[in-house]
Write a new protein. Sequence first.
Length: 88
Amino acid sequence: FCYAIDKVKLFTEIYRVLKPGGRFSYCDWCRLDYNPEDAHHRELLRQVKPLTGMVEMPFPQEVVEAAVASGFEVEVNQEACVGGQQFS
């Protein structure tokens, strides 16, 4: 979703094509503990974006709000990395 400018439109299309009662799950880059006033944070984001091809890196709440606005019920919203290790 960091590759989409209009997240509500993207979630709406995913919601539209899901079978009734279907579920959707994904993992994406989000800004955690990001401070836009911190020059180091801004520089890290500037360096990461071209490497991943992302349009932007949203805050987790922005993604949740777009999902809910599209009709989804968000059951789980959590960081997928603990101590530098991803879990599933």
